[in-house]
Design a protein around this ligand. Structure first.
Ligand SMILES: [Zn+2]
Ligand SMILES: [Zn+2]
Length: 154
């Protein structure tokens, strides 16, 4: 076998054969060879440790404790996994939320529609608004199903 073919065979050898090989080198009579094997092994170990440290550092920076896969839907405001976003699990209303002047919510109010139709009242009195798509009030569950839409730009 040529030297190239031997090195190829060594690289592709199963682990137990490589162990036997290293053991043979370490227990052999050639002390120079033995020291070179030990030196090489120490170098490899140090390199691997540094690689792993760098990887861990990168991970903690990149993910901030949350897997990058987790996204927040800007339509239904729930968290979902990007890799599993094909189940049409997003419930939403395609229509606008509109002020519902006929709603009981506003009967006691003596303000104009402008005063009642505010971002605040939309949060505090969702029953006083209705969706243009289905006529459900602000608390109604989404009338359409679709895939979640990520808040982050793709
Ligand atoms: Zn709707
Ligand atoms: Zn969604």
């Amino acid at each position: 076998m040529s030297a190239e073919r031997v090195s190829a065979a060594v690289i592709n050898a199963p682990e137990h054969q490589l162990r036997a090989l290293v053991q043979a080198l370490l227990t052999g009579d050639d002390h120079n060879l033995r020291n070179r094997v030990l030196d090489t092994f120490t170098t490899i170990q140090n390199t691997n440790t540094n690689d792993r440290k760098a990887e861990l550092g990168d991970d903690s920076r990149a993910t901030d404790g949350t897997p990058a896969d987790v996204q927040n839907c800007r339509r239904c405001n729930t968290s979902f996994l990007l890799s599993e976003n094909f189940g049409q699990e997003c419930r939403y209303h395609p229509g606008e939320l509109e002020f519902d002047g006929a709603s009981e919510t506003w009967q006691e109010w003596e303000y104009s529609e402008m005063d009642m139709d505010t971002m605040e009242s939309r949060e505090d009195f969702p029953e006083g608004f209705k969706f243009a798509c289905c006529g459900g009030d602000g608390t109604a569950e989404g009338c359409k199903l679709g895939d979640h839409i990520s808040r982050k730009k793709a």
